[in-house]
Write a protein that binds this ligand. Structure first.
Ligand code: GDP
Length: 299
């Protein structure tokens, strides 16, 4: 049988959950347990900053609330993680513009194209009309992939054989306005993770979008692979500097993700996590819920 998305998230985070779980199943709270928890959190991609914060807060809680059992420590960790991640839970409101113009960025392989398809389906499910702008002009295959996908799913895709990303997106926004479309999903050229310094083109795309509507883009969504560890921080910062990231889609949290990257983001470069990707299927993009995430990580 097909796993539900919640089961897939749980399966994805199984390794981290198992490691934390085995720590807590064993014994009383002592320095050794806290030290092992620290290395477990670091290995789970929480990063030095979030790990240090969690440990410090846990030690305070142990003293303040006179915690004795590892079960109590686990509950305290759940509370702290929730406190850390809850501010990232800020669902996307597509009513902020008409059309609501979303610019989508990310490095190659992060899951950008897949996520755009999922997003189109998500908005259609809300009764909104969607138009895709095939702005990833760098990769011809991306354009073809998007066009084929649009045909199958009854979504208009504006693409050009030649012309730069900004021009395609500019045309697409005008087409969307003329047709009374609700949501424009503008794909942008991907780049290699080693090309984070090459941001001129994408910055230009943003300036061109701004010319179509003073409030646009209404969302600058960065698609991030959850499995790249601390590189995620570097990517958020680089894209944020160039185009002002307003939200994240964190993909591939199924499979074998460690999950801690969200804690690292919360501490080091907080941005609303609009969606999480939990599979390759069209329905496998979910609005982020901190509570569900902490549950999948700890229970
Ligand atoms: P792009 O280069 O950023 O456009 O990346 P793609 O959308 O082509 O995705 C790269 C690979 O990641 C593809 O094989 C996708 O099916 C896969 N992928 C994307 N999102 C997810 C996800 O949430 N979970 C899993 N397991 N795979 C994903």
């Amino acid at each position: 049988a097909q796993l539900s998305w919640a089961e897939r998230l749980k399966a994805g985070l199984a390794k981290t959950r198992g490691q934390i779980g085995s720590l807590f199943s064993r014994r009383k709270i002592d320095a050794e347990l806290l030290e092992e928890l620290e290395s477990t959190l670091l290995m789970a991609d929480c990063g030095i900053d979030a790990t240090a914060w969690l440990l410090e807060q846990l030690k305070l809680a142990v003293k303040r609330d006179k915690l004795e059992t590892s079960d109590q420590l686990r509950a305290a960790l759940a509370t702290l993680l929730l406190q850390l991640l809850a501010p990232l839970e800020e669902p996307l409101d597509a009513g902020r513009g008409k059309p609501f113009i979303m610019m989508i960025a990310g490095v190659n392989g992060a899951g950008k194209t897949t996520s755009i398809g999922k997003l189109a389906k998500h908005f259609q499910g809300q009764g909104l009309s969607v138009l895709l702008a095939a702005g990833d002009t760098f990769r011809a295959a991306a354009r073809e992939q998007l066009k084929a996908w649009g045909e199958r799913n009854d979504v208009t895709v504006i693409a050009q054989e030649s012309g730069d990303s900004a021009a395609v997106i500019f045309d697409a926004i005008h087409a969307a306005k003329a047709r009374g479309i609700d949501v424009v999903l503008a794909d942008t050229a991907g780049r290699l993770p080693t090309q984070l310094h090459l941001m001129e083109e994408i910055a230009k795309v943003k300036r061109v979008i701004q010319k179509t509507d003073p409030g646009a883009p209404h969302e600058v969504l960065l698609v991030l692979d959850a499995n790249i560890g601390q590189n995620a921080i570097q990517q958020v910062k680089a894209f944020d500097k160039a185009i002002g990231v307003s939200g994240l889609a964190v993909t591939k949290l199924d499979g074998s993700a460690k999950g801690g990257v969200l804690a690292a983001i919360a501490r080091q470069c907080p941005k609303p996590v609009r969606f999480i990707g939990v599979g390759e299927g069209i329905d496998d993009l979910r609005p982020f819920s901190a509570e569900e995430f902490v549950e999948a990580l700890l229970e």
